[in-house]
Design a protein around this ligand. Structure first.
Ligand code: WT7
Length: 671
């Protein structure tokens, strides 16, 4: 979403808790020192982790951009998250509070479960044991996870990590095609999935979707099926195993020694969208990742033992990996995990959850907040949310209205509430307000300051620092722990996508940013053609290639247009093959097609038919031009455009669509 950065906020807010407040100048000076000595700085942080073996070298930067942190060190994520705690008083502390979506007649949740660190430790050991003895899984294997928000999801992540098995989680809202391509790319030998789950009061039959995907791939040999719904699903003999049957004969007290994983070896692969090509498998190395999570859990979330912490993201996205599972577990936190929609069965479900468990720290997204804002404040304010002492937002720029609304309704206009910038590739957050360390006064809408030890900068086209108040590109000049190791199976693409825009091996984030005259960072949105729908990243390419697989479609250009709640939504402009007629029926059919091929998050706001699309002379579709028309902005330089009448075509289609919308929302036309 492009935000007009000159407008939103000017005020600075001084939260009630001023204990760690410092002025911007001092912050910048301290920050500079950490960046100048970034290796020593991160080594100092890393010493706080329980390594099996310390590193020989803090950072191997001999082969940029393939940076290897804490080379020679050995660690295990499952050990850091579990074993470390169970030898202390935290053994009987609650690790997860889990609440299922369904409610009874009184609106109360039907299922609430609590798991202590010891419970989790025992279950994870049992699952590890089962995977090791029955499937012979070992270090370096890859396994796919396609699970909803059930407690076995973090258990499996930890059990696989315990064995050094690399997992790749696919968000349960993705389609069978998306699942299949990821399983295939990662060469997963096993898939862990479930019969189905509850979402918004409806049942999603996950196993059916998984089966469709499995029909398309040959590398997956074994499938473990969890019964969330207890329903009968078709099981393929010799391939599918019922989780409960597999666990039946596993003793309660088995112990699996955590495999010693080298710091620079992978923990997981997580696929993200870009502008071109299929989704990229980001490979996250274990050691650096855990160091970054440890630092940011303390600095951005100020996590303390007495807290109940809730990150509302689905674990299928990176936010959930880092800040629902690994980050809070390694800090020994009590974590809220909720299965379903935040606004089911009524809009205030999330407020009820905050009240029920006395949530202290809340990590959520602008899209979620804008969804709540449709309803009167009173329905939320009747819940006691005074336990919340710190909030952070993530995923997209936060607009002033959403900030103010949430700050009032939950924040009592007095707590810390910042916006943390990061991306899948960075492993953890790198910019924000850091109340657990030193924080500058809150400037809402901004992304605060770069994290200590992270060399973020706004640069111009040539990679030189941009003047304050001028828009530039957000880059990261030095490696940081948490940086993706590579793109799975495609190291050249890793260089090309992230390290080739600027000569000096700066990491290219793809975001526009501004540093304001006070020194605060504003991340303005994507400079490339990535669309952020409800904070989720969608590549225009993925949507277009799905569309052109439809027999009626000749060409397609997908662009993002602003949306009141989701921030941005995709609109498709398509040209048809001969013999097909443009009509509403076909538009709906194409939309269903996209939902099937990619998933419901890719639902198009509209399909607009045109007779031609603007293209360069080298026949590349000029998405930038289409986008400008769709958001009614100046079209800019069109010297490379082959046929100018194509713009008129796109404009006409868009105007007709607007007129149609106006007609539909006019009460005179409803019957
Ligand atoms: C893109 C990365 C990282 C967790 C979720 C998204 C945008 C993320 C912010 C923020 C403005 C933000 C950027 C970034 N973004 N957080 N606080 N303010 N923009 O991860 O799916 O990899 O997306 O999300 O555009 O490049 P992701």
């Amino acid at each position: 979403m492009s935000v007009n950065w000159a407008l939103p906020f000017e005020e600075k807010i001084f939260p009630k808790d001023k204990s760690n407040l410092i002025d911007v100048k001092t912050y910048i000076e301290l920050h500079r020192k950490t960046v100048d000595n970034f290796k020593e700085f991160w080594a100092r942080v890393a010493k706080e982790l329980p390594w099996f073996k310390l590193w020989d070298q803090v950072l191997d930067d001999s082969n940029p951009p393939f940076y290897r942190w804490f080379k020679g060190a050995e660690i295990n994520a499952s050990y850091v998250c579990l074993d470390k705690h169970i030898s202390t008083w935290r053994k009987n502390k609650i690790a997860f509070i889990w609440e299922g979506e369904p409610v009874d007649a009184k609106g109360m949740p039907k299922e609430i479960k609590k798991y202590t660190y010891h419970d989790l430790y025992k279950e994870v050991n049992r699952i590890s044991y089962m995977l090791k003895t029955k499937f012979n899984l070992k270090k370096g294997d890859t396994v796919g996870i396609y699970l909803p928000m059930i407690i076995e999801l973090p258990m499996f992540m930890l059990a696989l990590a315990r064995l050094g098995v690399i997992f790749t989680m696919v968000f349960a809202g993705f389609s069978s095609d998306s699942l299949a391509s990821r399983l295939e790319d990662a060469n997963a030998k096993m898939l862990i999935t479930a019969d189905g789950f509850w979402r918004n009061g409806k049942i999603v039959q996950l196993k059916n979707i998984a089966d469709e995907a499995l029909n398309k791939v040959s590398n997956v040999k074994d499938v473990i099926v969890l019964k969330r719904l207890g329903s009968n699903v078709t099981m393929k003999n010799g391939r599918d195993y019922n989780f409960d049957d597999l666990m039946n004969d596993i003793p309660a007290n088995v112990y699996v020694e955590p495999v010693r994983v080298r710091s620079e070896e992978p923990l997981y692969i997580l696929y993200t969208s870009g502008t071109t090509g299929k989704p990229k498998g980001q490979v996250q190395g274990v050691g650096g990742y855990l160091v970054l999570l440890h630092a940011t859990m303390k600095w951005a979330f100020d996590i303390r033992d007495e807290d109940v912490y809730w990150c509302t993201a689905d674990i299928g996205w990176v936010t959930g990996h880092s800040y629902t599972v690994f980050g809070p577990l390694m800090e020994g936190a009590t974590i809220m995990m909720y299965e379903g929609a935040l606004t089911y069965p009524d809009p205030s479900r999330w407020s009820a959850i905050i009240e029920r468990y006395g949530i202290n720290i809340l990590y959520t997204s602008p899209t979620a907040i804008r969804g709540f804002m449709k309803f009167p404040k009173e329905i939320f304010k009747k819940y006691d949310m005074s336990s919340v002492r710190l909030m952070q937002s993530v995923g997209e720029p936060i607009n002033p209205e959403a900030f103010r609304w949430m700050y009032d309704v939950v924040g009592r206009n007095e707590i810390h509430f910042g916006s943390t910038w990061w991306m899948t590739e960075t492993g953890g957050l790198l910019s924000g307000h850091f109340p657990g360390l030193y924080t500058v006064p809150m400037k809402p809408g901004t992304n605060g300051m770069p994290l200590f030890g992270a060399d973020l900068e706004v640069v111009d086209e040539n990679g030189n620092p941009q003047v304050p108040e001028q828009r530039g590109y957000l880059v990261i000049r030095k490696p940081w722990p948490g940086l993706s190791l590579t793109i799975w199976g495609d190291p050249d693409r890793f260089i090309q996508v992230y390290f080739s825009k600027f000569k000096h091996y700066y990491f290219w984030t793809g975001d526009y940013a501004v540093r304001d005259r006070d020194g605060y960072f504003w991340i303005l949105g994507r400079a490339d053609e990535v669309i952020k729908v409800a904070g989720h990243r969608l590549g225009t390419y993925e949507l277009e290639s799905a569309l052109i697989q439809h027999p009626a479609v000749a060409e397609a250009a997908v662009v993002g247009v602003p949306d009141e709640i989701k921030g941005e939504v995709p609109v498709a402009f398509v040209t048809l093959k001969q013999g097909y007629t443009a009509n509403e029926k076909l538009a709906n059919e194409l939309n269903n097609w996209i939902r099937e091929k990619v998933g419901p998050i890719a639902t198009l706001k509209n399909v607009l038919f045109v007779s031609k699309l603007p293209k360069t002379r080298s026949a590349k579709i000029m998405r930038r031009v289409v986008q400008a028309v769709a958001v009614n902005k100046p079209i800019g330089d069109i010297t490379t455009l082959e046929d100018e009448t194509s713009i008129e075509e796109v404009k006409k289609a868009y105007l007709e669509f607007q007129a149609e919308l106006a007609k539909r929302s006019d009460p005179k036309n409803s019957n």
